[in-house]
Write a protein of this length. Sequence first.
Length: 486
Amino acid sequence: MATDRHGNTLHACTREGADHLDRAVEALLFFRPEVTSAVEDALAASPESPDAQAFAVYLGVLGTEHTAAAKARTRFDGYLAGRDTSALPARERLHLAAAGALLAGDLHGAAGLLEELSLAYPRDVLALFAGHQLDFLTGDAVRLRDRIGGALSAWGRADEHRGPLLGMYAFGLEESGHYGRAEETGLAAVERHPTDVWAVHAVTHTYEMQGRVAEGVAFLDARADDWTRGNYLTVHNWWHYALYALEAGAEETALRVYDAAVRHEESAGLAMELLDAAALLWRLRLAGREEPERWARLADAWAERADPPFYAFNDVHAVMAYVGAGRIAEAEALVADRRRWLAEGAADTARRTLSNHAMTAEAGLPVCEALVAQGRGDHAAVVELLWPVRRGIQVFGGSHAQRDAVQRTLLESALAAGHHDRARLLLSERDGLRPDSPYNWLGRARLADAIGDAARAAVARERAESAVKGLKPTAPGLVPVPNSLV
């Protein structure tokens, strides 16, 4: 019986199929586009392989594309039809169970099954990767860290794939607030594999979360040849570069990144690309810069998708696009649709087991409603809606850096509505994590202006200017991203 490169026995898999699965896992770990063709080759060589079938489901669902998930469900249902899976080995049974839970919309259940699998089979890289991504999609920072940390002892220091596992671990450490350890671990992963874009991404997050803008820009600049081409994370890492540019006051550089790498004519219109585009333009909007043409094109792209209730995090960014484009009616229509969906699910036990039901009810809907209120200029309503949920929005997934768009919306509206005590508290919280953030210092200056403390406002502005003095992000090697890599 065939085994994979890490010693896991592969049920109903030929040697050719096993080779294709190894190739697929390698591509998956480094976010290379050939992962799709490698999985298809594995299915063609070994159509009965539970590993290959589960792999195809993970690819179909983890991108949060409802159309891809539907296609994956059709193929998986065909595979399971009339099949007794009870006699399969335990590892493959758990993979199939996790795949089935994913297709049923139970992201949390699938994450739990993959954690059970990793307990007994810590060298199953596919289970670790898929589980890690699910922890990210569900906003479970502790499990994002500990799923990988708990498996690392089964991997020797000389093992080729220990490197990308360290990159995953670094991201979990960062999302859990262990910034020093995350930076150290992520840099070790990048040292082993310079093109480990997930590790590059993890280190980038550590600098972002601490307001270390100059170091973040220097880190990405020095490695531009390693992360700007040939992988599925190119757009997202450019998005991070644009965030650094905004923090440094280089809005034109951020927009140059937007047009060349984040959202352009060759963009494929995938949700993960569109949400990066919306999040970047929304930050510009909060800073007082309107981009009507870019917003209009982005809102058109979201409208063309016509997404059903599938992943609340995507809904939030669709509403950002509609509000940014001034299409409040479309934003309200999406909110009304999700409100109806929740109401219908109140009496539907099956729907209540969907992870997205809880995500929408607990965070997605109130955040969407707040964004609409922000678009109407009703800042008091924004504060009323976001204040109760501000510490719990991680339930709809994403990273701290991504969710910061919502936190900034709350802060901006607190300032605009004259809620000075709340603004002071929010700024104080941010200072603890990002003491050198120019955005935070400018927020302090605006609050000082509002309460008539001119001296403190002047000091805060001076600190903001000092934090970015001499820093001019240049976005080296910036070129339009081929459609196949978006």
